[in-house]
Design a protein around this ligand. Structure first.
Ligand SMILES: [Zn+2]
Ligand SMILES: [Zn+2]
Length: 583
C-alpha cells in the first residue's frame, strides 16, 4: 500500500471516512459531447473537462451547446481548478464561455493548453485572472485541501491525451479520459499501462471510463495502420492528392507528411484550423518535415499535379470548410479536377452522413476519385474497442465503476461488460447529467440533483431550450410564414383598407397573387362581421377562433399551414403621404 492510500485511509480497515466525495456530471453522460464533471469534497470543487456539443437537428440557428454552470456559479468560491484530459472540442469547447465568467486555473497537456490559448484568443476572452498550466505524464497537481490529481498518458486521436488519477480523502478515482491502447503509436509514446496497473494494485475506489466504442468487439487497429493505407493510395495516385482529416489529429498529419515525402510530393495546407494546428504542432516539435516539403497553396500551379498533396479541413463536410468549398467550386485556390484523388481520413460523426455523401457525390461529379471510410482503411478510431476496455478494467480493478462518455445504450453495454469481468451489479452506477453521486468507501448513492440541461448558444446569446424560439424556427423552416397587415381607422374603429397579405417560403409564385387576394377578402369579411357585432376589431383579432378560421382557410386553399403573423396598425384618416404632401 502506498503512503498516499494510507493517508487517505482507503484500504485501511481501521479508518473509514464518513464524508462523501460528490461526483457531479454536468455533461457527457448519456451523450457523446460537452463532457464536464465536478468533484466536490468539503470546501473544494475540482472540474474535469469543459466541453461543448454540436447542435442537434431540432436546434436551428444554434451554434453550439454547452453545460449548465448554475451549480458551479452557486459554489464559485469552492472551485480549485479545471483538469483537461485532452484538446478535443467535446472536452475544451466550453472553456471560452466558462473562463469568461469563472477566472480559474486550468491544467492540461501541452497540445490541449495550446489549443485553449488559441480558442480564448479567437473568442476574445480576457486572460486576466486565468492561469493555464501545462502538465505531462506523471505530474501530480495539488488542488485545495481535498484533492490532488495525477496525469497519466494514454493514446488517443490527438497528441497529449491523459487519464487522471484523482486522489480524494475517500479514495482514488481514476478517470480514463478518451483513450485507446496503441502499442505502435506515431510518437512512440504508448499509454502508461504500467502506472494504471500500479494504481490498480494499490487500490482504486472508483473508475470512470469512456464507452464510445463499447459496441465494437476486439482491439482497435493502431494509428500506424493508416500510414500503410496512405502509402498504398499515394503510390497509385497519378494526379493531385487531397486528404481531408481532423485538424487536431497531429499524428495523422504526420503520417500524411511522411507519405508525401516518400512519394516525392509537396504538401500544402488548406483551412484555417489546419494551418493553425500545424503551426502549433510544428513549433512544439511534434511534426517531422523536410524544409522544402511545405509549399503555399497559392503556388500549386507551379508544380506538376503528381507532386502535390493538399491537406485540408472538411472531413465532416462542414458547409464553410475547405473541402466543401473545393467540391462546390467556391474555394479561393483549388478547384477539383479530373484525376484528383480525394482521401477522407475520418469517420462521419454519427448523424452527419448525409452532408458527407453530398460532398462525395459532388467530388465524383467533378471527376475525382474518392477514397472514404466505407471503402478503405484510411481512418482508425481513437477510442478503445471492447478488448481494450476490458484490459483497462482488469488492470485498474476498481471497487466501483461509472461508465461515461457514451449514449445510454453504450453505458448499459459497458455495465454488462464490467459485470462479465466479475464486478457485482450493485457496484456499477449508471447516472445522468445533474445527478449528485455521493461516494464513500462503502458505496455510492444519488443524494441530489443539480441543473444540467443543455445551454444553447446562438451567436453570443444563450437560447432557452424550452423557449418558443426554437419551435418557431422549426415551424418557419418547415412551413414558411404568412404576414397579414390590418389597418384600422382610429376614428371609426373600422378597417381603413383591405388587409395586405405577404408571405415567405409557403406559396408557389404562380399561385401567390390569387391566394393573397382570397386571404385578404376572407380576413376582410370576418372583420366586417365582427365590427357589425359592435365588438372592437382589436379584441376580435385576439380571439383564438379568428386565428383558427384564417389558418383553416389558408390550409383549405393552399394545402399549407404556414406560421401566420398579424400586424395591426392605426391611422387617423389622413395618410402620411397627404400630410407630407402639404409641407
Ligand atoms: Zn477525444
Ligand atoms: Zn471525447
Amino acid at each position: 500500500m502506498s503512503s498516499n492510500s494510507k493517508r487517505h485511509g482507503y484500504n485501511n480497515p481501521k479508518y473509514k471516512n464518513p464524508n462523501p466525495v460528490k461526483i457531479i456530471p454536468l455533461g457527457g453522460i448519456g451523450e457523446i459531447g460537452k463532457n464536464m464533471t465536478a468533484f466536490e469534497y468539503g470546501n473544494d470543487i475540482i472540474i474535469v473537462d469543459c466541453g461543448m456539443s454540436f447542435p442537434e437537428e431540432n436546434m436551428p440557428g444554434v451554434d453550439c451547446v454547452i453545460p449548465d454552470f448554475t451549480y458551479l456559479r452557486r459554489n464559485q468560491e469552492k472551485i480549485r481548478g479545471i483538469l483537461i484530459t485532452h484538446g478535443h472540442e467535446d472536452h475544451i469547447g466550453s472553456l471560452p464561455y466558462f473562463l469568461r465568467e469563472f477566472k480559474c486555473h486550468v491544467f492540461g497537456g501541452t497540445m490541449a493548453i495550446e489549443l485553449i490559448k488559441l480558442k480564448l484568443q479567437d473568442k476574445n476572452v480576457p486572460l486576466e485572472g486565468i492561469k493555464l498550466t501545462t502538465c505531462k505524464n506523471g505530474d501530480i497537481i495539488k488542488l485545495g485541501n481535498a484533492f490532488s490529481a495525477e496525469f497519466i498518458r494514454v493514446n488517443h486521436s490527438i497528441a497529449d491525451s491523459y487519464a487522471l488519477c484523482i486522489n480524494t480523502p475517500v479514495g482514488r478515482i481514476v478517470h480514463s479520459g478518451d483513450f485507446k491502447i496503441d502499442y505502435t503509436p506515431i510518437n512512440g509514446k504508448t499509454i502508461n499501462l504500467q502506472r494504471l496497473g500500479e494504481l490498480g494494485k494499490d487500490g482504486v475506489l472508483m473508475f470512470m471510463c469512456e464507452s464510445t466504442n463499447v459496441e465494437i468487439e476486439g482491439f482497435s487497429p493502431s494509428e500506424k495502420h493508416v500510414g500503410e493505407a496512405f502509402s498504398h493510395y499515394f503510390r497509385k495516385a497519378e494526379g493531385r492528392i487531397i486528404v481531408a482529416t481532423f485538424s487536431s489529429h497531429v499524428h495523422r498529419m504526420q503520417q500524411i507528411i511522411q507519405a508525401a515525402e516518400k512519394y516525392n510530393r509537396h504538401i500544402c495546407l488548406s483551412g484555417r484550423s489546419m494551418i493553425q494546428v500545424f503551426n502549433i504542432a510544428n513549433s512544439l516539435g511534434y511534426i517531422d518535415i523536410q524544409p522544402d516539403t511545405l509549399i503555399d497553396i497559392d503556388s500549386i500551379d507551379n508544380y506538376p499535379d503528381n507532386r502535390i498533396v493538399i491537406l485540408t479541413t472538411g472531413s465532416q463536410a462542414e458547409p464553410m470548410s475547405a473541402l466543401t468549398r473545393m467540391a462546390f467550386n467556391s474555394h479561393r485556390s483549388v478547384d477539383i479536377q479530373k484525376g484528383d484523388t480525394v482521401i477522407i481520413s475520418a469517420d462521419p460523426i454519427p448523424g452527419n452522413e448525409k452532408p458527407i455523401y453530398r460532398v462525395i457525390n459532388e467530388l465524383y461529379k467533378k471527376g475525382a476519385h474518392v477514397i472514404y471510410q466505407s471503402l478503405a482503411d484510411v481512418h482508425v478510431s481513437g477510442h478503445a474497442y471492447r478488448d481494450e476496455l476490458m484490459m483497462l478494467h482488469t488492470l485498474i480493478k476498481p471497487k466501483y465503476f461509472i461508465p461515461v462518455h457514451g449514449e445510454y445504450r453504450m453505458l448499459c453495454l459497458h455495465k454488462e461488460m464490467a459485470e462479465s469481468l466479475g464486478m457485482p451489479e450493485e457496484s456499477i452506477y449508471i447516472i445522468e447529467n445533474g445527478d449528485v453521486l455521493s461516494l464513500t468507501e462503502d458505496g455510492a448513492k444519488i443524494t441530489d440533483h443539480v441543473p444540467a440541461s443543455p445551454v444553447l448558444i446562438d451567436g453570443t446569446a444563450t437560447v432557452d431550450a424550452d423557449d418558443r424560439i426554437l419551435t418557431d424556427r422549426i415551424h418557419l423552416s418547415e412551413d414558411g410564414c404568412l404576414a397579414i397587415a390590418i389597418t384600422v381607422d382610429e376614428r371609426t374603429g373600422d378597417l381603413a383598407c383591405s388587409p395586405a397579405v405577404n408571405s415567405m417560403g409557403c406559396f408557389d409564385s404562380d399561385d401567390m397573387d390569387v391566394l393573397y387576394e382570397l386571404i385578404s377578402n376572407k380576413v376582410d369579411d370576418l372583420l366586417k362581421q365582427a365590427s357589425n357585432k359592435a365588438g372592437s376589431i382589436e379584441a376580435f383579432l385576439e380571439k383564438r377562433n379568428f386565428r383558427e378560421q384564417i389558418k383553416n382557410f389558408v390550409s383549405s386553399k393552399s394545402g399549407r399551414r404556414p406560421m401566420i403573423i398579424f400586424n395591426i396598425s392605426y391611422v387617423n384618416g389622413y395618410s402620411d403621404d397627404e400630410y407630407y404632401g402639404d409641407v
